[in-house]
Design a protein around this ligand. Structure first.
Ligand SMILES: *Cc1c(COP(=O)(O)O)cnc(C)c1O
Length: 376
């Protein structure tokens, strides 16, 4: 086919799409909440937290300002501090590591495996006498092989925290991301699967003591019953208005996940034959994993040329984290090499995966990729 006949504009992510497609509902929600003056810690936040906990099967959900704060506070209330090491995957957002650093502890990045998630063998090698916790990232909407991770944690007596910022609804053996260890964070950054109109986050946890501390820490350590300050805290509340927006969209969440899995299936069917690509595991291909496809991250030969070719043809793509693993940010003092992960970062590319895509858009992206490699 000739691609020149018709160049579509397919942005990697369309930030106005969610608002524009449900504008009336958002505006009437704004009017309703606004005229109640319900901006901070009101019933809309409590209702959303309840729905989030019910959906994920967590005992508790705590709405906070963003997922980075969520991780920091979670580690803090679990007692992570100076002298502790926390093992995490180098293929994650810097926020995973900074949450460790900001608690005075040391983030220890290890290799990603073939599915781009933390590699249990590399965890095992990195365990030291100072290791206190493992913090896997449930990346791209997929939950790690938690059996292997929990087994290592148990054998070495380590805590488990999940950076499940990208994984609301993702499951391993039927259990939701964010519910395997002490707690897990969820991000509602607009480009996340459940995005708000600004920043937002939540912490899932099962332990009542952890929950109660988090409820205090997010609100200055203030005890709502006595007015006393029970512990050092901060201001990291999820805006009530954002919670109301989130709760609105949450009603449609299963449809959103289904659509994303459908898009992944089209990519799988159209691209699996290209030997120059490695695709993520197809939806339904492994009964232990239920993936929600926050991202569709492929590995590609001639990655940079492919990216440029797609851009010329109107298709936006993204290289996650600017193309570097955590341990490659040398200015932060990291001094180690993780060869497998470094090689992955030369090959990985995220192609469009969002709710604004029509089937035709997805096929167009596939046409472009196929055309690129047919010229190789
Ligand atoms: C988005 C993201 C975060 C941070 O989320 P914020 O809500 O923006 O703070 C942390 N970890 C991962 C893996 C993410 O994708």
């Amino acid at each position: 086919m000739s691609l020149n006949q018709l160049i579509r504009k397919i942005p990697f992510f369309n930030y106005s799409y969610v608002f524009e497609s449900q504008k009336k509902i958002f505006v009437s929600c704004f009017e309703e909440v606004g005229s109640r003056g319900a901006f901070i810690m009101q019933k809309d936040l409590a209702a959303f937290e309840k729905n989030l906990a019910t959906y994920t099967g967590a005992n508790y959900a705590v709405g906070v300002a963003n997922a980075t704060d969520a991780l920091e506070m979670l580690l803090n209330v679990a007692g992570i501090g100076p002298g502790d090491e926390v093992i995490l995957c180098s293929h994650t957002m810097i926020a995973t590591a900074s949450a460790v650093h900001s608690n005075g502890a040391v983030p220890v990045p290890v290799e990603a495996g073939a599915d781009h998630l933390i590699d249990p063998e590399s965890i095992e090698k990195a365990v030291s006498p100072r290791t206190r916790a493992l913090m896997p990232t449930q990346l791209n909407g997929r939950t790690c092989n938690m059996d292997a991770i929990l087994e290592i944690a148990e054998r070495h007596n380590l805590l488990v925290f999940e950076d499940s910022a990208q994984a609301l609804g993702s499951r391993y053996k039927g259990q939701h991301a964010g519910t395997f260890g002490v707690g897990g964070c969820i991000s509602f950054y607009p480009a996340k699967i459940l995005g708000c109109l600004g920043d937002g986050g939540a912490i899932l946890c099962n332990d009542k003591d952890v929950f109660q501390k988090l409820m205090l820490v997010r609100d200055h350590g203030r005890n709502p019953e006595t007015g006393d300050i029970d512990l050092w805290g901060r201001n990291s509340r999820l805006d009530n208005l954002q919670a109301a927006f989130l709760d609105l969209q949450f009603k449609e969440y299963e449809n959103v996940i289904n659509r994303r899995r459908q898009i992944a299936l089209i990519y799988q069917e159209r691209l699996a034959g290209l030997e120059q690509l490695v695709l993520p595991p197809a939806p339904g291909s492994d009964e232990n994993h239920f993936d929600v496809f926050q991202n569709y991250e492929i590995e590609a030969e001639h990655r940079d040329q492919l990216k440029a070719y797609l851009a010329e043809h109107g298709v936006g793509t993204l290289i996650q984290w600017g193309g570097k693993g955590v341990h490659q940010f040398k200015k932060l003092g990291f001094n180690l090499s993780l060869p497998y992960t470094e090689k992955l970062f030369e090959r990985m590319l995220m192609i469009p995966m969002n709710m604004s895509l029509s089937d035709e858009d997805v096929h167009y992206v596939c046409d472009c990729i196929t055309a690129f490699y047919s010229g190789k």
